[in-house]
Design a protein. Structure first.
Length: 397
């Protein structure tokens, strides 16, 4: 029998979070308000809130030259400068002028936890006192940063630790970039972040405008200069925003699927009551026809939960779903957390599920658990204090 229990609780989201992305009229971002000529006395703009194009426009509107923005971008993202006074190719008068109305913020690092596998979980404190977590994951020559998009999350996925925090707020572009820059400073000299995945706390596509601004900075040739294919946005399945993302940016998409029937998904992911499996896969097929996406598979993220979605029948349904779009399947054995309502399947059950997928010919891999000893693995990010060790059985030979 299924371990799913009936629960009619719906996800609580404001209308501006789930209307079609083309209709979203969120409050102006910091870069939009800063680009106006009216700055309140003693209020300083945060240069991390600007894309290069927005910063160029800002300087033009202030009667200055666009190349000032390019100079500042190089100092921040190439030289790692956090103090405007150190931007020595700007005149002293220009630096003094900038210091009057601009700043380069940095997030306070509250705690860094180190896993035995090299993963680092970083707790950042934001300007308003709220806190978010990011995770640095070294694998061979690649260093991936898992970045948060919101303080908490409103989507209420039953298996996700972040959901226990409840709804929070969107992060600003400066807070996105603060996580990136603050994490990069923790790396050994000569090491750099090579990949960024928007899979941390919160739903990235609810924070659409600031997500796009952050992607623009990360790929800017004068910024971190990451290739768009090295950036992955994971979503629980906000269909209108998925299409808008595909129209806007050539980023990789990961869908948090985690179930093969609407009955299952309704119970563990309340967002499915708004956008069900048919709507999701219709959206993915349209998404993959967009010019930015025609050569890219969608990653179907599937968390294996004992007695919920780990049966052979689930595997067969997952194969069918996978074949309906260009995709690859990433199996994620459930990462337990304090108070977790579910259990991780046995290693034998995980191996059998993966075998069924691979024998069918679909592309499927098991995500190797990283950082679960410090609650840094997939689905484990939340502000709970110290992590507890979770010991895993060795896989069968």
């Amino acid at each position: 029998m299924s371990a799913i229990h009936h629960d009619t609780e719906a996800v609580h989201l404001s209308e501006t979070q789930l209307v079609p992305a083309t209709e979203v009229t969120a409050a102006p971002t910091a870069l939009q308000t800063a680009a106006s000529a009216s700055i309140a006395p003693n209020e300083r703009i945060d240069l991390l809130d600007f894309t290069r194009e927005a910063l160029e426009q800002y300087f033009i509107e202030q009667g200055d030259k666009a190349f000032r923005a390019r100079q500042i971008f190089r100092w921040i993202y190439k030289q790692g400068v956090t103090d405007i006074a150190e931007m020595t190719d700007l005149s002293r008068a220009m630096r003094e002028h900038l210091l009057e109305f601009a700043t380069i913020s940095s997030l306070e690092v509250v705690r860094v936890m180190d896993s035995i596998d090299g993963t680092k979980k970083i707790l950042f404190r934001l300007k308003d006192g709220a806190q978010v977590e990011a995770v640095l994951i070294p694998i061979g020559r690649r260093i991936t940063l898992c970045i948060s998009s919101q303080v908490g999350c409103a989507l209420g996925c039953r298996f996700c630790y972040t959901a226990t925090m409840g709804p929070g707020r969107n992060l600003t572009i400066a807070e996105y970039m603060g996580q990136f820059l603050g994490s990069a400073r923790l790396l050994p000299e000569g090491k750099t972040i090579t990949n960024v995945v928007f899979m941390g706390m919160g739903e990235p596509l609810i924070n659409f405008q600031n997500l796009i601004g952050t992607l623009s900075i990360l790929t800017d040739e004068l910024g971190p200069k990451l290739g768009a294919r090295r950036l992955t946005v994971s979503t629980a399945g906000l269909c209108p925003q998925i299409l808008k993302l595909g129209e806007t940016f050539p980023v990789r998409l990961a869908l948090s699927l985690h179930a093969t029937t609407d009955a299952q998904r309704d119970q563990i992911m309340p967002i499915n009551q708004r956008y069900n499996l048919k709507a999701l896969f219709d959206t993915l097929r349209t998404f993959q026809k967009l010019p930015t996406q025609q050569s890219l598979p969608v990653t179907l993220e599937y968390t294996l939960i004992q007695d919920i979605n780990d049966s052979p029948e689930d595997a067969k349904r997952l194969i069918k779903l996978s074949r309906s779009v260009r995709s690859k399947i990433n199996l994620i054995p459930y990462n337990e957390h304090p108070g977790a309502p579910y259990k991780r399947p046995s290693q034998e059950a995980i191996a059998e599920f993966l075998r069924i997928l691979q024998v069918s010919g679909v592309l499927a891999t098991e995500r190797q658990t990283r950082g679960d000893d410090i609650l840094a693995a997939c689905g484990q990010l939340a502000l709970d204090g110290e992590a507890k060790k979770i010991r895993r059985p060795l896989p069968p030979r």
